[in-house]
Design a protein. Sequence first.
Length: 170
Amino acid sequence: MDVLKAIRERRSIRDFQKKDVDEEIVDKLMDSLIWAPSAGNLQSRKFFFIKNTRLKEKIVSAALDQEFIAAAPLVIVGCTDNNISKKYGDRGVYLYSIQDVAASIMGMMLVAHENGLGTVWVGAFIEEEVSELLNLPENLRPVAIVPVGYPSKIQAPPPRVPKDEAVEFR
């Protein structure tokens, strides 16, 4: 697959078919998460794959009632692991570990797209509620919720800023 083409074609999907994700593809998604780059190769991240309908519905409540989350057959919650990232002090905890999760999620979203799946990055949620729902220990911090499934519809691409506005050479 042409990576730039995949980046341009990938969309945020909030409308999913009622169809389970094939376990072979789920395995590819897991691989993509763990093979992403990480600060110092510490891999200060952990991911939760949620298929349980009741749990997804509770996550909807913690995510400010974004109903499409429960409609996805798979929901992935990406967490930082501060036990690992604290090797780099505050910068490791408050930046590197978040970058680790972000790099993992972006790679996973591209693998999902390559396999005909849609995803959307959800950052609007109440951390404490998601932590309680997943019974997370104190060292894990949820930073992203990603519903995953086969898209029911795909929107047209949103506008982007011009390159000369987004990038500056010095």
